[in-house]
Design a protein around this ligand. Structure first.
Ligand SMILES: Cc1ncc(C[n+]2csc(CCOP(=O)(O)OP(=O)(O)O)c2C)c(N)n1
Ligand SMILES: [Mg+2]
Length: 274
């Protein structure tokens, strides 16, 4: 099944998800709010815009589509979306990173329903996505696999090995999203290792590439839907976003990687989100 909401509803969900990201990380006193905030529109469009087929009452439904958060440190985003989708109660988000909680700092597929892969060691998610895409094809299903990567994460060689492999097997049921928020752990991606222009590199590896403003819900939704029309090649969406969006004082502030907001900052941020 898919869930299809109106554009206004999707924007409402995105606001709730952003609030959950900020509240859960501030309550935890740790985590990666800015990395989570940049990817909200893509994740919300995917789960609630009629793109991903899933059933929260049957998380292992064989014909389901898969979403793999390769940038696993953005777990607060994944958890907020899974709670919104009905995999578990929203109240559980308050247990993020607490001792004994299944909502660990990085997603654990053995503990959390709806988590398709245990990620956090960057660079591996696309390879895992290839495994799912090949397996579901062998099973004769038309399931699709979506993988979100960071723009720093794609520095890793394994990502490009996966890019070559996906093309070799003509995996038109595989979609990579590069959350191009311009920053990684220690600074701007442009300074650490400048891979721009990103889309032509994927095209050179045989992929169908789209470039979008990724904090625009309409663009996120349209780009995700368009990937289904591709035959014989995998798709990538290079999603230009803002790390920390839309919290003004977090906008592209490199020192905020992996830091929660203080309770006072969180109050201001929640007011800003509305
Ligand atoms: C293999 C590996 N090396 C290093 C890290 C530590 N690390 C966590 S987040 C991060 C930066 C990731 O940047 P990016 O992919 O751009 O994601 P963003 O937070 O900007 O969304 C790094 C280096 C890791 N998780 N895995
Ligand atoms: Mg980044």
């Amino acid at each position: 099944m898919t869930t299809t909401r109106s554009l206004a509803d999707l924007k409402d969900i995105a606001r709730r998800v952003r609030r959950d990201i900020i509240t859960s990380t501030t309550t935890a006193g740790s985590g990666h709010p800015t990395s989570s905030l940049s990817g909200v529109e893509i994740a919300v469009a995917l789960y609630f815009g009629g793109v991903l087929r899933y059933d929260p009452r049957n998380p292992h439904w064989p014909q389901r589509d898969r979403f793999i958060l390769s940038k696993g440190h953005a777990a607060p985003l994944l958890y907020a979306v899974l709670a919104e989708a009905g995999y578990f109660a929203t109240e559980e988000l308050a247990t993020l990173r607490k001792l004994g909680s299944r909502l660990e700092g990085h997603p654990n597929m053995r503990r959390v329903p709806g988590v398709e892969a245990s990620t956090g060691s960057l660079g591996q998610g696309l390879s895992l996505g290839i495994g799912h895409a090949l397996a579901t094809r062998l099973d004769g299903y038309d399931s699709r696999v979506y993988v979100m990567l960071g723009d720093g994460e794609i520095d890793q060689g394994q990502v490009w090995e996966a890019a070559m492999t996906a093309h070799k097997y003509r995996l038109d049921n595989l979609v990579a999203v590069v959350d191009q928020n311009g920053y990684q752990q220690t600074g701007a991606t442009a300074q650490v290792l400048d891979l721009r222009p990103i889309a032509p590199k994927w095209e050179a590896f045989g992929w169908f590439a789209q470039e979008i403003e990724g904090n625009d819900m309409e663009q996120a939704l349209a780009a995700l839907k368009k990937t289904a029309q591709q035959k014989g090649r995998p798709s990538v969406i290079v999603s230009r976003t803002v790390k920390g969006y839309p919290i003004t004082h977090l906008l592209s502030e490199p020192n905020y990687h992996g830091k929660p907001l203080t309770p006072e900052e969180a109050q201001k941020a929640l007011a800003e989100i509305g």
